[in-house]
Design a binder for this molecule. Structure first.
Ligand code: URA
Length: 229
């Protein structure tokens, strides 16, 4: 890895800033000041910046309690994004594992590890996702069993995969689906003549939204949570 890449990643600064620091003689490799940004490192050198040892950060794995009005994107010119809720030096290279609509709240997983986010979202993994849905109308029993068996979404011919549906009360459901089609829960309810007025994701796979995380807050995942995918 080039010295400027190493400094940029370990100090969490841009490549341009890393080159500026190197040119200003603030970086050293194995105790010798190095002003060449393109210097190749084998990985065994001790790199310091202002006499402080630098190490490359590991991958980051986070859960965020997404509030309403925030978009699941890394950039957006109009709306606040999920990344805006994180400290600036945590945002670099983060991918979102399974987006939520702007008006949906709840569990969002993010990571710098692209292979891991792929494992979470890959259709082949059929990772179960659990949502709480508040409906505009009470849901009749026959509509509930249709949702469980599979429904035809508007504009699609393939039925949705079997879902688990638990009635919490007349107009509130807990739904677990193993697919991730576009606006899937809202479209499933539309397919049985109803409408979702509020949607909240509780769980993805074995990872549940931490009840201690208030809306807008985040935390790093435990090793067991990371390994569960
Ligand atoms: N299904 C939806 O319709 N919206 C979401 O945000 C997530 C699942």
């Amino acid at each position: 890895m080039r010295l400027d890449y190493f400094i940029a990643n370990s100090a969490n600064v841009s490549r341009k800033e890393a080159r500026r620091l190197i040119l200003a003689a603030r970086a050293s490799v194995d105790g010798v000041i190095c002003k060449k940004a393109a210097t190749q490192l084998s990985g065994s050198e001790r790199v310091t910046l202002d006499d402080e040892s630098m190490v490359l950060p590991g991958e980051r794995y986070l859960m965020l309690h997404k509030p309403e009005g925030v978009v699941s994107a890394t950039t957006d010119s109009e709306h606040p994004t999920a990344l805006d809720l994180l400290p600036p030096d945590w945002r670099r290279n983060l991918h979102i594992a399974g987006r939520l609509d702007k008006d949906t709240t709840g569990l969002l997983l993010l990571s710098t590890d692209g292979q891991w986010t792929h494992r979470v979202t890959s259709p082949r993994a059929e990772c179960p996702k659990t949502y709480l849905a508040t409906l505009a109308e009470p849901l009749p029993d026959d509509a509930l069993s249709q949702l469980e068996k599979g429904v035809e979404l508007r504009g699609e011919t393939k039925l949705t995969a079997p879902a688990t549906v638990e009635r919490l009360n007349e107009d509130r459901l807990r739904l677990t689906i193993s697919e991730g089609r576009y606006h899937q829960v809202k479209r499933m309810l539309a397919a049985v003549g109803n409408r979702v007025v509020a949607l909240h994701r509780e769980r993805i796979g074995a990872v549940s939204l931490d009840p201690e995380l208030v809306s807008g807050n985040y935390r790093e995942l435990s090793q067991a949570e990371i390994d569960s995918f």
